[in-house]
Structure formats: C-alpha cells, structure tokens
Design a protein around this ligand. Structure first.
Ligand SMILES: [Zn+2]
Ligand SMILES: [Zn+2]
Length: 179
C-alpha cells in the first residue's frame, strides 16, 4: 500500500489542473481527437463514480472524485482523466464499442496509461476510502493512557513505531501501542 498524501483547497485544484494538462498533451500528441473542455473540477458529491463528463453544447465539463486529490494517486487520476477525455470524442459519450476502441488505442500507444471502463481503488493498490473500517480491522492500535481514545493504523508508521513521541489529539495524554 502507498502512503496517502491528500491535498486540499488551492493545492488540490493546482494538482488537478497539472494532471489534466499532462493527460491532454499526451492524448493530443497521439492524435486522439478529444473535444473542448470548458471546466474540470473536483466534485465532492461523486461517491462511487470516479469521474463524470457532461456535454454543454459544443464543450464538455469534467468532474473528478475528490478522493483522487492525492499525490499518491497520480496513476489513477491520470487514467480517470484520460477516460473522461475519451468521452469528449465525437460519438463516445457512453461506453460503446467506439469508446472502447479509443480506450484500447490510448492504452496501446501510451504505455504509461491503463484506462479502464470501471475503476476500482484496489486495482491501483489503494485502500478504498469509502469502505467503513471498524477498530478491530486495524492491524495496529494505539491508545491514550489518559482518556483511552483509540487510534487505529493500517500500516506501520512513525506513530506506530514510536508512540512515545506523539500525544493524544483530544487530551494531550501519552500514547501507548496496544496492538
Ligand atoms: Zn465513462
Ligand atoms: Zn487522550
């Protein structure tokens, strides 16, 4: 698993624009006939969908799932943006044969890409951020000696290895590792 590096606000917006410009350049360099994009943004209302492409007259608006506002998710966000850009090609607004042919073309001429019809976090070795995890699911567990608040961790990290260096966020008490 890759450590997550979530971005917010202006940094998230800049990250999205950077990825968008890169993917657009890559597709145009291979003569993929993508359409005009009026706007691209993160939409927090997207839940299980990774991206969406809506037609506005002759132009398109792309929305991306904000769970991808994360520097550790470059491969996934690039593939999702490429998928949405393929939707801007003439007669590619659904996942028709024509859409799939362009998708296969992109994947074959741009080896850095693995565009899919459906995206799953697991395909990228990422944890699904929408999956509910209970405290019993964490392989590592820390507890505050004072208020007994528990902190679960999926991976080893500085706080797992050295809980004595950290303090409880609720009461500033000492942390101990109990699992
Ligand atoms: Zn699609
Ligand atoms: Zn505490």
């Amino acid at each position: 698993m890759i450590e997550s590096q979530p971005l917010t606000g202006a940094r998230a917006e800049r990250f999205l624009l950077e990825r968008y410009e890169k993917v657009r350049r890559d597709l145009e360099a291979r003569k993929v006939p993508i359409g005009k994009v009026e706007k691209i943004r993160f939409n927090p209302r997207l839940r299980s969908t990774m991206g969406r492409c809506a037609r506005k007259g002759e132009r398109f608006e792309i929305e991306i799932n904000p769970t991808m506002a994360d520097a550790s998710r470059i491969q996934m966000i690039d593939d999702v943006i490429a998928h949405e850009l393929i939707h801007t090609i003439h007669n590619c607004q659904n996942h028709s044969t024509r859409f799939r042919n362009w998708m296969n073309y992109v994947n074959s001429v741009l080896p850095g890409y693995c565009v899919r019809v459906y995206f799953h976090y697991e395909d990228y070795g990422l944890e699904n951020p929408r999956k509910q995890v209970g405290i019993e699911d964490y392989p590592y567990l820390l507890e505050c000696e004072n208020c007994h608040a528990q902190i679960g961790r999926m991976r080893r990290s500085a706080v797992v290895d050295h809980p004595e260096r950290y303090r409880c966020i609720h009461c500033h008490g000492r942390l101990i590792r109990i699992r």
